[in-house]
Design a protein around this ligand. Structure first.
Ligand code: ADE
Length: 220
């Protein structure tokens, strides 16, 4: 078993899941006047939902995790807490996933209290029901076994972070100025249960970026 189970999500799956999610919203009879994407993960699903639900108004809020000084715990905050008048409107708040759900709850409550819409409902592609603090109004997939979903819009960023994590935490790679390419691949597979081949050009590009930042040097 990998330490961190990862599933690579394809663009085709994103379209299929967003279509399925749109159907659930439509079948419920809810007709949003505007869609609000939670940045950054909600952007692509939100844009697809606009298309699939015939919605032209799309805006966004950015919800983020911050590590509080002197505290190990992370706290969710809204990066740009602007106000708009949404009185008389029905909103659909869209994100990729409800994991703990903290960032999304924060965004929903902020919008409710400050934008004053008639109603705001939450729609996500995936809901990790075993860890989430709340159940979204709409979801397409219920996940029970916690997994890191590698969405196609964050492949390069995630791959760099995956590599940085094993450089920090795996005793075979810690504090090495140079790492053997084969060892890096082996440790990566063990940790994440996916192979560099599955990542295609993203793997080479992630390494190139990390080398450029001076984070590592790979010898083949
Ligand atoms: N963002 C927060 N939790 C996530 C997960 N489990 N997979 C992908 N993106 C996430």
């Amino acid at each position: 078993m990998p330490k961190i189970p990862v599933k690579l999500v394809s663009w085709d799956e994103i379209v299929e899941w967003s279509r399925g999610l749109a159907k659930r919203v439509e079948e419920s009879g809810y007709t949003p006047d505007a869609i609000v994407a939670v940045a950054r993960g909600g952007y692509v699903p939100a844009r697809l939902l606009c298309d699939f639900l015939d919605v032209t108004d799309l805006l966004s809020v950015q919800s983020q995790h911050w590590v509080e000084a002197a505290k190990a715990q992370e706290k969710a905050v809204l990066k740009y807490p602007y106000k708009v008048d949404m009185r008389g409107k029905r909103l659909l708040l869209v994100d990729d996933i409800v994991d703990t759900g903290e960032t999304l709850l924060l965004a929903r409550d902020f919008i409710r209290d400050n934008w004053e819409p008639d109603e705001v409902r939450v729609a996500v592609l995936q809901w990790i029901s075993t860890v989430a603090k709340f159940r979204p109004d709409y979801y397409y997939i219920e996940v029970r076994d916690w997994t890191w979903f590698q969405y196609p819009w964050t492949r390069l960023e995630d791959t760099q972070q995956f590599i940085q994590r094993i450089l920090r935490e795996d005793p075979r790679l810690q504090d090495k100025k140079e790492v053997e390419a084969d060892l890096l691949v082996q440790v990566f597979r063990e940790w994440y249960g996916i192979s560099p081949e599955d990542l295609g050009w993203y793997w080479e590009e992630a390494i190139r970026r990390l080398e450029k930042k001076g984070v590592l040097r790979v010898k083949s």
